[in-house]
Design a protein around this ligand. Structure first.
Ligand code: SF4
Length: 309
């Protein structure tokens, strides 16, 4: 699942950005010119499953539309995903042109239930209004070949307000293809700001079951990313997806005693460095799960919800 950063600049300045504070200056922008990106990608050879175009903010690349067209044409069998803050789509001309390119998945992040919360997190005044206007345009111009995913990254500033954020999403954008709740990745700026933005799995755990009970049927699909299985109640396991790269996660020696290790995402290495490993307790009780042969989403059902750990 290659993650290709096509642009190092961003029009937001999020408190939990996973890029390093110097990322915008670290990369020679010349390497991100259209021709250089193409040259670099060609050296990858065949790309099978998914290409994630990220940044910085990919949509502000001066050749973004040209690049997107190229990726779509060059890899016709591959999923192409754009991870974006959605702000550029508030410009109707840009949005219209973008959605002439078919078969693309757009992941747009909303960080708060109102402008104050969202803009405090992005540290850019007006970003909420542009993102919301952008999502309206995405829904206006997309066709059935496109997918829109709304992402909510859970940090100290918003984790107690998830119900309100989901309420905003359902009221404004009930037709989104899915909503994903992502536990923060404590690297880059997020790691540096750990004292102010960091939360633990333990803190967030009790908020999740009532949220899923209330919202799971209202959205087409709800997912949880970046949660090791032992950090969530087992009746939420069917929402758990394994999405972190193998080199980003690890297991503790005690995980070898866990009956569900083979389905578990693992633990983000930076979480262990900053928080420690006390929360990760091997699961010894048998849970009646139904599995499928899908590395990213192995558990599809819990057969008996009345059992408890
Ligand atoms: S104990 Fe380890 S393997 Fe088991 S669910 Fe937790 S992190 Fe995953």
């Amino acid at each position: 699942m290659p993650d290709i950063s096509i642009w190092n600049k961003c029009n937001n300045n999020c408190v939990m950005c996973t890029n390093s504070p110097n990322f915008q200056n670290e990369i020679d922008s010349d390497l991100l010119r259209f021709e250089k990106i193409i040259q670099n990608i060609k050296s990858f050879g065949k790309i099978e499953e998914t290409i994630n175009l990220s940044g910085g903010e990919p949509t502000i690349h001066p050749d973004f539309l040209r690049l997107l067209k190229w990726f779509r044409k060059q890899f016709p069998q591959t999923k192409v995903v754009v991870a974006t803050n959605g702000r550029m789509f508030c410009y109707p001309k840009f949005a219209r042109e973008c959605f002439f390119i078919n078969d693309v998945i757009f992941e747009i992040a909303i960080h708060g239930y109102n402008a104050r919360m969202h803009d405090n997190i992005t540290r850019v005044k007006g970003s909420f209004n542009q993102t919301i206007a952008g999502i309206h345009n995405v829904l206006k111009y997309k066709n059935d070949s496109h997918q829109l995913e709304i992402r909510i990254i859970l940090i100290r500033q918003n984790y107690k307000y998830l119900d309100k954020i989901l309420n905003l999403v359902i009221n404004k954008f009930p037709s989104v293809d899915r909503v994903v709740l992502l536990f923060q990745e404590m690297e880059g700026v997020c790691g540096e700001n750990f004292k102010t933005v960091g939360i633990t799995y333990k803190e967030i755990r009790k908020y999740l079951p009532p949220l899923f009970e209330k919202w799971e049927k209202k959205f087409k699909e709800l997912r949880l990313y970046h949660f090791p299985l032992c950090t969530i109640d087992f009746n939420l396991w069917k929402y758990h997806w394994r999405t972190l790269r193998k080199d980003e996660v690890t297991f503790l020696p005690s995980c070898n005693k866990c009956l569900y290790k083979k389905y578990c995402l693992g633990i983000h290495k930076d979480y262990l460095k900053l928080v420690g490993g006390k929360e990760f307790i091997p699961i010894r009780k048998k849970i009646p799960i139904k599995t499928e042969d899908d590395f990213y989403h192995p558990i599809v059902e819990i057969k008996d919800l009345n059992q408890s750990r």
